[in-house]
Write a protein that binds this ligand. Structure first.
Ligand code: NAP
Length: 441
């Protein structure tokens, strides 16, 4: 293929973990990239806050005037890698309105404003790509938008946050508690100084919104995603998980649900769940990510790899950049935003899953049947139950613990059951309630 003389102008906004690696790859692989695209990429400038000569790139490329860089006539593609919702949103909208293509890794922005950005891209017929926004290096956006475009996606479930997976893996492997595992993750650089977005599930919820939107051709925002984080998961929960042949993972689940009336709905949710050890997601440990997609004709597909880090994330950004640049050179554009299905979002109360419930109870006859009766009244069917004595430091028996594993029940039925159990005289406390995902019953 002949290579055009006219370069494709690129502005990179952000020179942090990901941006610096993208800049390095643009420079380092220039010849190969030109051959793959059909024209050379030309880095026109890099947007940062701190313009200084010690940043590892020629200082004349740096600018803190993002608006001016985006508006340069010789910039064809804007690669946004700054992070905060603002000024990223403004910069991306400005680029798209001027007909420039955009590549971004900004999941928080996409989970909030994807509709607005997609409309701007549509108006100017520009490309908007965001493979790196979900699961770092792992190709999952493109398989969903392109490879599976002719199939019907039923479910997308994944481990999409490396920090929480690192913490939960450590708790599983060492028996340590949540606070110690978080402290270790912070010391090793796997958790940020403020870990809230990760441990409370906000990051995973943003990714779930993006995945659900694409998988089900329906606009889903972060506010539509039911979310629970991992801060309440205890070492005792892991002991229970092991006894059941499971581990605990923070899952992002996007599902097509059919109501009793046959209406299709979308469920998007993030919570820690028991996962059977023979399920593929149980083997995803440390900071790795994985996404399992189930589609009507394709069956089950699994995507696994590095979900974060400068170089892995830059790989996904570079893939998008090459696609956008090829479209510039050859004409045409990538797949348009597809939200035709407009499926309603299902409230969490309607979602059926299996549950594990652990209770501290009085140690006297009839307690087990009182507890079982509360489940039965709400048609929550019990699959397994275990009872064991609880002894104090002196070895004296002071109560009992009942652990119940249910068959599938709706969240609403289970919540009612828990409320009723808490009101029973014989129940001292409900120690934990965990969903179980990935088991067949
Ligand atoms: P980072 O290391 O914090 O770097 C952010 C860069 O953006 C810095 O160079 C910073 O400039 C620049 N910046 C921030 N606010 C700015 C502003 N108002 N004006 C101009 N420049 C500004 O972030 P990162 O880890 O590379 O992440 C970048 C994006 O990729 C984020 O959207 C993130 O969610 C996404 N992402 C990251 C990863 C990962 O593993 N790191 C994985 C997937 C997705 P200064 O250097 O001058 O401060």
């Amino acid at each position: 293929m002949a290579i055009d003389d006219k370069p494709v102008g690129v502005a990179v906004l952000g020179l942090g973990n990901v941006g610096s690696e993208v800049v390095r790859m643009i420079e380092h692989s220039a010849e190969d990239l030109a051959a793959r695209i059909g024209a050379p990429l030309k880095l026109r400038g890099i947007g940062v806050r701190r313009v200084a000569p010690d940043r590892g790139v020629p200082v004349e490329l740096l600018t803190d005037d993002i608006d001016a860089l985006v508006s340069r006539e010789d910039v064809d593609i804007v690669v946004e890698l700054m992070g905060p919702v603002e000024p990223s949103r403004k910069a991306i909208l400005s680029a798209l309105e001027q007909g420039k293509s955009v590549v971004t890794a900004n999941k928080a922005l996409l989970a909030q404003s994807a509709g607005e950005l997609a409309q701007a891209a549509e108006n100017s017929r520009a490309d908007l790509y965001f493979e790196a926004a979900v699961a770092g290096a792992i190709p999952v956006i493109r398989p969903l938008t392109q490879s599976l475009a002719g199939d019907t996606v039923l479910r997308v479930a994944g481990i999409v946050n490396g920090t929480t997976n690192y913490i939960l893996s450590a708790m599983n492997d060492t028996g340590t508690d949540y606070a110690s595992a978080l402290a270790d993750a912070s010391a090793l650089g796997y958790a940020e100084a403020d870990p809230t977005a990760d441990v409370e599930g906000y990051d995973a919820a943003a990714k779930a919104a993006i995945l659900a939107s694409i998988a089900f051709h329906t606009r889903v925002t972060a506010d539509d995603v039911y979310r629970e984080g991992i801060t309440k998961v205890t070492a005792e929960d892991f002991e229970s998980a092991k006894a059941l042949g499971c581990t605990i993972k923070l899952l992002a689940i996007c599902e097509r649900i059919a109501t009793d009336e046959g209406q299709q709905r979308v469920s998007a949710r993030v919570y820690p769940a028991l996962v059977p050890l023979d399920h593929p997601l149980a083997a995803v440990n440390g900071a790795f990510n994985a996404v399992v997609v189930e589609a009507e004709a394709a069956g089950r597909l699994m995507f696994y790899g590095q979900g974060a880090g400068g170089a892995p994330t830059a790989s996904a950004v570079m893939g998008d950049l090459v696609m956008a640049a090829r479209n510039r050179v050859q004409g045409g554009r990538g797949p348009r935003d597809s939200k035709y299905a407009k499926l309603p979002i299902s409230p969490i109360g309607f979602i059926p899953t299996r549950y594990y419930v652990s209770l501290y109870v009085a140690d006297r006859p009839g307690v087990l049947s009182s507890v079982a009766a509360e489940f039965a009244k709400r048609e929550v069917s019990i699959a397994e139950v275990r009872q064991e004595g609880v002894v104090n430091d002196g070895g004296e028996r002071v109560g009992a613990r009942i652990a119940v594993l249910t068959h599938r029940a709706t969240d609403a039925a289970l919540s009612d059951t828990i409320a009723a159990l808490e009101d029973l005289d014989v129940v001292a406390s409900v120690a934990s309630v965990l969903r179980m995902e990935g088991s067949e019953e």
